[in-house]
Write a protein that binds this ligand. Structure first.
Ligand code: ZN
Length: 182
């Protein structure tokens, strides 16, 4: 089975203490794990996608404008990858695929499904933030599209501990995902 690693929203705005919509410490704590899994996939010549929110300033048509503070605005450093993932992306720009998304799910309005199917990928490995928002919505779409889902417990986090725990059980019990313990 061909697999892919998706690193979702591991950006300055979602992870750094000063980020505009930060997960804070639980997000920062993922840094070594996500960097390690990324290195592992690169060594095995397995594809890695970093998929990050892209928003426009004061976008009146975007539902998140009424729900969250402005984040991941086009052209800002908030959209840079955080910490070691930034370094890895800089060093492996020709291998790591950057994809923008504008909704919670990495599949919504992107060509991710086409990119994965063209590579013969059937197995999706999920890391990033937040477990109960963008990881959840991506996992639901992956389920509906028929992918096998693997969620790395040491590679996902949320600002909401109850939401994080609920999402992990939902991945396993409702989406049939395999939870990879850290
Ligand atoms: Zn957003």
């Amino acid at each position: 089975m061909k697999k892919v690693l998706l690193v979702i929203d591991y950006t300055v705005d979602f992870v750094a203490i000063e980020g505009a919509l930060t997960c804070g410490e639980p997000g920062i704590a993922l840094e070594d794990y996500i960097a390690g899994v990324t290195e592992h996939f690169l060594e095995q010549h397995q594809p890695v996608f970093v998929i990050n929110d892209l928003h426009e300033i004061n976008d009146p048509y975007h539902p998140e404008s009424a729900l969250f503070p402005a984040h991941n605005i086009r052209g800002t450093t908030g959209r840079s990858l955080y910490g070691k993932m930034h370094d890895l992306y800089t060093a492996h720009r020709d291998e790591i695929i950057w994809m923008d998304k504008t909704r919670y799910s990495a599949f919504a309005g992107t060509d991710l499904d086409i990119q994965l199917r063209s590579r013969g990928i059937t197995e999706i490995h999920l890391t990033g933030v937040c477990t109960d928002i963008c990881i959840l919505h991506t996992a639901v779409d992956a389920y509906n599209l028929g992918y096998n889902i693997f969620v790395h417990q040491g590679g996902v986090a949320s600002f909401n501990p109850a939401g994080h725990d609920w999402a992990l059980s939902h991945f396993q019990n409702t989406l049939g995902a395999t939870i990879i313990a850290h």
